[in-house]
Ligand binder design. Structure first.
Ligand code: UDP
Ligand code: UDP
Length: 306
């Protein structure tokens, strides 16, 4: 919008919040549609960022059928919209297409190791078939597709009840509650700050590269290390509580981003501690917020400081 594009945002608010876009209400280039892409959608557009689907394990496990519908029927509708309007479409895929990977780090050429009937299957297989649909529409109907395989991402405006590890640990640390580690904590993840992801998605959309591209930060840590980093940053008062391991939890995850570097000239630039400091600051304010507090206006420097 700040580059002059007109933007429609379509959300059914299954996991999204009006508060996250309220600063744009009334902007001349912005229009909000309260709609679900599982139903057909008729608009005139040039580019589609198809980002719909719950993505946090507790959210997609809460309604696995809805998750599958969004990634199959919803993706068909978005590809149908792209086909009719001749718009380019970017599909938000995921590192979960690699499942619990036997190859480390994960390059785009790895086909993955996914349990088709496990608790993560609605999301993993949903995203895998979304990729399949994208290339089927590209081949059969000449739709211009881009596929981003997004690795773990965090930052301000995550939902406090998102249930993923960053928001859980930050809120637990801020409230002096024990940090909940599922299993041993030796499993690893690699965390990317949200502004790096957004830059990568826009570069991919406007590039000439049509096969899947990993977008993530290769800075890998064990979950236990991660708990300690957050605890120290917030003040260090919390203890660690080990809970039972979750089923089919991927044990190691780190993107190989050499393709993104080569074809997009992209790599993440926000270091973990800097991104975490912004995230802690956000959640600290959220926890102090009362029900009818002021609109969620960004600070002027927010767009230029990272
Ligand atoms: N669709 C949509 N918006 C459009 C065009 C299509 O939501 O602007 C939906 C439409 O409901 C259809 C789906 O996208 O079910 C797939 O479109 P496609 O053209 O591939 O399917 P067809 O209409 O040939 O069944
Ligand atoms: N995790 C944890 N405690 C939490 C939430 C998550 O130990 O309160 C672990 C989880 O088991 C996984 C990792 O942190 O190994 C990342 O989980 P998350 O749900 O954030 O995302 P995933 O990468 O599994 O989709």
């Amino acid at each position: 919008m700040m580059d002059g594009h007109e933007v429609f945002v379509v959300d059914n608010y299954f996991t999204g919040r009006k508060r996250n876009i309220e600063q744009w209400l009334g902007h001349e280039n912005f229009e909000m549609l309260h709609q679900d892409i599982v139903n057909p959608l008729y608009l005139e557009v040039d580019q589609i960022y198809h980002l719909a689907s719950p993505a946090s394990p507790p959210h997609y496990m809460y309604n696995p059928v809805k998750t599958i519908k969004t990634n199959t029927v919803g993706t068909i509708n978005m590809l149908g919209l792209a086909k009719r309007t001749k718009a380019r479409i970017l599909i938000a895929s995921t590192s979960e297409v690699y499942g619990d990977p036997e190859v480390h780090p994960q390059p785009e050429t790895y086909w993955g190791h996914v349990n088709p009937i496990g608790p993560r299957a609605c999301y993993d297989e949903g995203k895998r078939v979304a990729e399949t649909l994208a290339y089927a529409y590209a081949k059969q109907s000449n739709v211009s597709v881009r596929v981003a395989r997004i690795f773990n991402t965090y930052g301000p405006r995550m939902h406090a009840n998102d249930g993923r590890v960053v928001s859980n640990f930050v809120i637990q640390a801020l409230e002096d509650k024990p940090l909940t580690i599922y299993g041993s904590g030796d499993q690893t993840r690699s965390f990317q700050y949200v502004s790096d992801l957004v830059n990568g998605l826009v570069l991919l959309m406007n590039s000439n590269y049509s096969l899947p591209v990993n977008i993530g930060n290769p800075d890998e840590h064990s979950i236990i290390t991660f708990a300690n980093i957050i605890n120290d940053m917030v003040g260090g008062g919390s203890s660690i509580e080990h809970l039972p391991a979750v089923e089919d939890d991927p044990q190691r995850r780190r993107p190989d981003i050499s393709l993104a570097k080569r074809v997009l000239d992209w790599e993440p630039t926000v270091p973990l501690k800097k991104g975490l400091a912004k995230t802690v600051d956000y959640f600290r304010k959220e926890l102090q917020r009362t029900k009818h507090s002021d609109r969620n206006l960004p600070e002027i420097h927010e767009y230029s400081s990272l």
